[in-house]
Design a protein around this ligand. Structure first.
Ligand code: ADP
Length: 200
């Protein structure tokens, strides 16, 4: 399908965009169970970056599942395709010079490995929001666990579908023992050196 596609050489490159912004661009990927705290923490990190003058954009279920991926279900195959498309969108964002934050359950290791290969290792920061299923169910922010227990939702991660926890994430946040503020601080501290432009 790609055989008739030729790349056009654009005059403005990724490094031009990064230089103009005066910061690097990469992807901060939040993975964890529904209700673990991904969006809450990602949102606060974005706010912090925005206030530092960094160009940012957040991708999440609301702007992706209702738009580009509205044709996809929660079956294993569709979850894989969901993550693949989000990775490709993230890659374009990175090329546009934007620090991109993505908050998705992304339960499969192989899918997260695929993100890393699409955006390239150097542009990928994996943040594991580690909250137990018991705590997520207690929070039940969106009422999804209740529905899953009642059998109204099939393929609910943590209940009737697996979550494969990252073995060596760049950052791990345990929300049951640390506050949102300390999580944000930890993430900002980790990414600050990554924001600096290197002389290429
Ligand atoms: P997700 O995006 O992972 O589905 P949300 O961020 O929507 O999860 O919901 C997480 C809920 O947990 C929010 O209501 C948030 O206020 C609460 N919460 C309690 N403690 C923490 C914490 N330390 N970090 C993040 N969220 C927390």
């Amino acid at each position: 399908m790609t055989k008739n596609i030729t790349h056009h050489n654009y005059h403005i490159s990724i490094s031009d965009r990064r230089s103009a912004n005066n910061h690097n661009s990469f992807l901060i990927w939040f993975t964890g169970l529904s209700g673990s705290g991904k969006s809450t923490i990602a949102n606060r990190v974005e706010q912090e970056l925005f206030n530092m003058g960094i160009k940012t954009y957040s991708l999440d279920g609301d702007n992706i599942r209702n738009g580009i991926n509205k044709d996809l279900s929660f079956s294993p195959e569709d979850r894989t395709e969901n993550i693949r498309r989000i990775s490709e969108v993230s890659n374009l964002m990175i090329e546009a010079g934007v620090v991109t934050l993505a908050a998705f359950v992304s339960p499969y290791k192989k899918d997260r490995k695929n993100i890393r290969s699409i955006v390239k290792d150097v542009n990928f920061v994996e943040v594991y929001i580690n909250t137990s299923v018991e705590e997520c169910e207690k929070r039940d922010v969106k009422g999804l666990y209740k529905k899953a227990r009642a059998g109204e939702i099939k393929n609910m991660t943590g209940i009737s579908a697996p979550y494969e926890a990252p073995e060596s994430p760049d950052i791990e946040i345990k929300t049951e023992s640390s506050s949102v503020e300390s999580a944000v601080e930890h993430i900002i501290e980790y990414i600050t050196p990554k924001l600096q432009l290197k002389n290429e």
